[in-house]
Every structure is written in C-alpha cells, then in structure tokens.
Design a protein around this ligand. Structure first.
Ligand code: GLA
Length: 524
C-alpha cells in the first residue's frame, strides 16, 4: 500500500471542532450498530408531564400548550429544549370501531393532531406515549400498542408525532426485543421520522441489545422527586457509559428539577449528573409554577453543553469512594468535564487530577466551575470542598499561550479596533471585507490545538481557509454568527505542530471578509 502523502497525513490529523454551536457537519458518522433513523444525534431535550401530573386532572391540552408557550417565552427553546411530550392517560379506554386510539375529549378537546400543530407552530416538536403491552400502565387501562403496532404508528405519524415513548406494562410476557423491534419497524414504515424511546425500565438489559432498535432506552425503574431515588438512578446508570452514543442513549429517566422535593444543591447535582451521563434532558416539572432558581438550573448553558457535546460520550467514573464520586467526560474539543459529587451527609474534599482524566500533559489547566462560573488555573490537581449532596462541576482545558490579534499581521486595510466590548487584550482584528483578506500570527510549536477567539455579528458564517506555514490545511472553515459583535465565541482546530516557529494564517473566502478576530490560543 502506498504511504499517504505528508499533506494528506497532516490533513487527517486535523479534526475541526466548533465550540458553542451545534455544527452538524462536525459529527462523526454513527456506529454501524445504532438505529439508523438519523435522529437524536445528541440526547433529546424537552418536556414530559408525567413527573409533575401523573394522570391527575391537571394533565390537559391547556397545560401542554402552556408549556410550549413557556419554552419559547422563557428561552428554553433557545438553549435546546425541543420536544414537548405527553405521557400516559391521553387516550380513551377503548379503541374506536376502526381500531384506532381516541384522544380523551375531556383532556384534549382539540385532539392530538391540533395539539401537535400548535407545538409545531412554535418551532418545537411533539411527543406521545403508549405501551408495548395490551394496556398502558395506569390502572384505568388505556389501550396499548402490542399487536396494533402498524395501525398505531400510522396514526401517530398522521398526527405529526415526532417522538414516541413506548412503555412496558401489560406486556403479556412477550419477549422485549420482539415487542420493541416490532414498533421500531412500524415507525420506520409510517414514513415519519420519530425519535423512539424504549421504556423497558432496564429489565432485560436493553443497553446490550437496543442500540439498533431505539434512540434511547430506560436503564432504571421510575424516578421520584427525592434525593434517594434520583441518586439511585445515577448509580445504576453511571456504569453503562460504553453503551451510549449518538443516536442511542442510556436513559436514567426524566428530570425532577423544579418539582419541589429536593434542595437546590440536590437539583444541581441531578442536572449535573444527567448532563455528565449524556442523558436525555426531559423537564418533568410544571414550568408554569417553577421558581426562577430552578429555571436557572434548567437553563445553565455550560452544563447543557456537556450533555449536548457532539462527541456523545457518557462520563465514566474515575473513582467512587464511600459516596465521594468523581466522574469524567471527554468532550469534542479535547476538554474534559469533571464532576466531584458528594453523596454523603457531610461536607467532604473530593480530588482527582488532570492526568487521571486523560486530557494530556500541559504546563497548566484552566478549571471553569460551571455553576459559580469562576475560573482558576491548576498545574494538575482538581479538588474541591463539596457540601453534602452537592456536585462541583468543572470544565477542564489545557491552558496555552495566547497570541492577541493586536500582534498579528493584517492584510492591507485591516485595522485593530476596540469598539465592540468583551474582547481580550486591547482590541481585535477587523479585516477588510473582501476575499483574500487575512490575519496572520507567528506562533511557537509544539501545539495540539489552535483556538481562535472571534465575534461575528452578522447572520451568516464568515468562512476562512486556514493555512500553516503556507499550506492550506482546512478550507472554508465557518466562523458562525455569534448573534452580536459583542458576543465572543471560539473555533478550535486540533493540529499537530512540531516545535519551532509556525505561521498560522486565516484567509477570508467570501466578500464578507473574516469575522472579527480576538486572539489565537495555542494549546500544547
Ligand atoms: C411507567 C413509566 C413512567 C410513566 C408511567 C405512565 O411507570 O415508566 O415513566 O410513563 O408508566 O403510566
């Protein structure tokens, strides 16, 4: 076999990752074994009414519309919550003469299709529930999907359902794989893309067989709104990291944040651990009644970013010593998320090291506390005093050397400006708006990654070619819109630069020129 050219080999070393934006192109292809419906590339985010209402009378069309309204009005949609799902007790106890399920006209006077339309009109998606049995779980006995898979899947598709939770009650002892595969095939035949949630409670170890069958599978029994239940689900789910990934997730059940049965520290632990475990984030509280503090937990974008990281790796447990637990999650840009979680009744110091996370050697590391937002630098120790039932959550990155755009070379006409706040140093490079306009830095190797700080206040990406030492190593790298010229973000590029001086140049490929560039961080 011919050896790849040096350029080709170099190019394969470059894995482009954009932080802060969901960038579909950057996602690796799914493992061959996953359910290939193209959905749930990151864990589903949304709402389900069960944890707050069960089948009580307040579970109605009015409630669900109110939740969809709040998703938009309170910014939950903006941080990624998409699915508005309804659970058991939406149907009448009997099918109609044609064998179709019938929405309960008392709860859903407009019917399910109208409700799905309402949700869709808000740019959200709609989810529904039934059971892989003869009846659902509620004792009132609503009809289940066993033996009716295709008819029910077709009906759901005709209503515009985007997500199906398929429960396990009244399964008549029929093999789980057989029951859940039958509905998978029926959903596929319905012709509508529908996220498929297997709710089998972990009874037949679905993580061992369900990756080609569903997009997510419950690993445990039902959660309830108390510490012992929530932490029990985390304990049961955290050893299953190897089985989750894009399109096929472990599901330790829905969130209880906001339902009132746990302390703020316990709810932050709940949300932290679900994000670390790349679990679905389905809000289970009635958002019409949730406090601002609980909203702040559910909307913590730094924590959501761990859950939604495009690599889709579930955290592994680095150590669990008498209730003091260290989790570590590999992130797409090479960072690690580390959770120091105290399950005991007393404050304790919990510690690990950067080396233990496998992040790689560096003279220093930045630890950003994702709840307090404080950052600090460490040479390797990762340690905190953690109150009872609390979790300290860090994003760990290798600290590098920063090269400000003020010291870069700009092509003719480019200026260093300071009129948009939030940059580091004393300014940023404002390149000419033209194809070929460039910003160039001289930086020392070795380097494993280059991170460009930038802002792009327009609506369109401002792509550049990236060259190292005069060789273009990536073409048309998008610097996506950041929403405002004062909103700064980063684009990170993994590289393999030897020691010695290197010239790194970003050259605009469109008439818009480059984004405003703030700095280049060189990671060792
Ligand atoms: C089961 C499921 C729950 C919920 C109820 C509804 O218990 O595990 O999540 O859907 O059924 O009856």
């Amino acid at each position: 076999m011919r050896a790849p050219s040096p350029l080709r080999r170099f190019a394969t070393l470059l894995a482009l990752v954009v932080t802060g934006f969901p960038l579909v192109q950057a996602i690796a292809p799914a493992p061959a074994l996953a359910l290939e419906n193209g959905l749930a590339r990151t864990p589903p985010m949304g709402f389900n009414n069960w944890n707050s209402t069960h089948c009580r009378a307040d579970f109605t069309e009015t409630m669900i519309k109110g939740i969809a309204d709040i998703f938009v009005a309170k910014g939950l949609k903006d941080v990624g919550y998409t699915y508005v799902n309804i659970d058991d007790c939406w149907a009448l106890p009997s099918r109609n003469p044609s064998g179709d399920l019938v929405p309960d006209p008392a709860r859903f006077p407009g019917g399910i299709k109208a409700l799905a339309d309402y949700v869709h009109a808000k740019g959200l998606k709609f989810g529904l529930y039934t059971s892989a049995g003869t009846k659902t779980c509620n004792t009132a006995g609503f009809p289940g999907g066993l033996g009716h898979e295709q008819q029910d899947a077709n009906l759901f598709a005709s209503w515009g359902v985007d997500y199906l939770k398929y429960d396990n009650c009244n399964n008549q002892g029929v093999d789980a794989q057989q029951r859940y595969t039958a509905m998978r095939d029926a959903l596929a035949k319905s012709g509508r893309p529908i996220v498929y949630s297997i709710c089998e409670w972990g009874q037949s170890k679905p993580w061992t067989w369900a990756a080609p069958v569903g997009n997510l599978w419950r690993t445990t029994g039902d959660i309830s709104d108390k510490w012992s239940s929530m932490i029990g689900k985390a304990q049961a789910n955290r050893g299953l990291a190897q089985y989750g990934g894009p399109g096929h997730w472990n599901d330790p059940d829905m969130l209880e944040v906001g339902n009132g049965g746990m302390t703020a520290a316990e709810y932050r632990t709940h949300f932290s651990l679900w994000a670390m475990m790349a679990a679905p984030l389905l809000i289970g509280s009635d958002l019409r009644k949730v406090s601002d503090d609980d909203f702040a937990i559910l909307k913590n974008a730094d924590v959501i970013a761990l859950d939604q990281d495009v690599l889709g790796k579930q955290a592994t447990v680095l150590g669990a010593n008498a209730g003091l637990v260290v989790y570590s999650k590999v992130l797409a840009n090479g960072d690690r998320a580390v959770a120091l979680s105290n399950e005991t009744g007393a404050t304790a110091t919990i510690a690990t090291t950067a080396a233990a996370t496998g992040i790689g050697g560096a003279p220093a590391y930045t630890l950003k506390d994702l709840w307090s937002k404080a950052s600090r630098t460490t040479t390797g120790s990762i340690s905190a005093s953690v109150p009872s039932h609390a979790t300290v959550l860090y994003r760990v990155s290798r600290a590098g050397s920063r090269y400000e755009a003020e010291s870069a070379t700009l092509s003719a006409g480019g200026t260093v400006d300071a009129n948009h706040a939030g940059f580091s140093g004393t300014g940023f490079a404002n390149g000419v708006n033209a194809v070929g306009s460039y910003v160039e830095w001289q930086v020392p190797g070795p380097a494993s990654a280059l991170t460009f700080g930038y802002a792009n206040g327009t609506a369109a990406a401002r792509p550049v070619d990236v060259s190292v030492d005069g060789v273009v190593v990536a073409t048309g790298v998008p610097f996506p819109a950041t929403g405002a010229w004062t909103t700064w973000s980063t684009v990170t590029k993994a590289v393999s630069l030897a020691s010695g001086q290197h010239t790194v140049r970003l050259t605009a490929t469109t008439a818009d020129g480059p984004a405003n560039l703030d700095y280049l961080d060189v990671q060792r």
